[in-house]
Design a protein around this ligand. Sequence first.
Ligand code: PLP
Length: 329
Amino acid sequence: MPVITAPLEFNEEQLYVDLESMFGYPLFLKCEGFNFAGSIKLKAAIEMVTSAEQSGLVTEDTILVESSSGNLGVALALIAASRGFQFLCVTDTRCNLSTRRLIEALGSRVHIISEPHPERGFLGARLDYVHSLCASDSRYVWLNQYANPSNWAAHYRTTGPAIAHQFPNLDARFIGTGTTGTLMGCARYFRELDRPVRIVAVDSVGSVTFGGGPGRRMIPGIGTSVRPPMLDESFVDDVVMVEEVDTIRACHQMARNGFLFGGSTGTVVSGAMDWLAHHGAPGTNSVAIAPDLGERYLDTLYQTNWLQGLYGEDVLNVAEIAAAGVRPE
Ligand SMILES: Cc1ncc(COP(=O)(O)O)c(C=O)c1O
């Protein structure tokens, strides 16, 4: 029986959902949403804060500040509450309301950026705001998840080994990309293991991470409008770009089977199924990562008006068709 005294002490590392009966291709989905922050970002947050504390960057007066689409913000708010420091999360209007409320309930502050930068989008505007805060007051310390090596190191130390241990004969790994911390940490770990695993990055159409043009993206956590500095494409074997409508379809298909996941899980599952349809032989051993669960998306991804307003009347029909197990052309 696990008994804990601090919220960071618990994380479910060994839960997988077998998606083959739902989607027709062999894929194990590693669930990273079962901890008190509700997402995979708890790992990066712990590693970044611990290394900042060890290097003396964080003192009693420190106000941590971070740009986040939401999940890292919740994880940092939880650590701030547990370890007794202040935290300010800089996010934008796409952040779910419940995520924002969660950060505030944990005792941290949230600043919402409502206007995107004309070229560098919402992320560019968020980063500019963080820079100006840090320049205005030396108590602000920015962990910079986009370039901080502790972000990817968290996955090199935990997520990569956990998967390698459970799947010694893995053929392919599918990883959704935001900062690319999960991707780079896992990819580096598998490269050093020297096993023939294909590393497949999954991103949203409209993200600039892998060189595509910028476009509207409404699903938080995945994709960027500024290329992440920690990405090293020499570790990536393939990239799959997914339309948001396909993300929604995959999310609703899983929900109809009782598994309510967050948006980026739909993206990675849709991208993985696409890749497997083109490359996967029967018996392929593959794993994808589900960064969080779906409850924080009830007012967006799982809400009819939100979906129809953004993606058109037919979006739910598409989801319905998919839920019935028929992939429309
Ligand atoms: C829901 C969700 N999915 C995927 C990611 C991407 O993870 P990473 O930043 O490690 O690339 C994030 C990161 O914030 C996220 O919140």
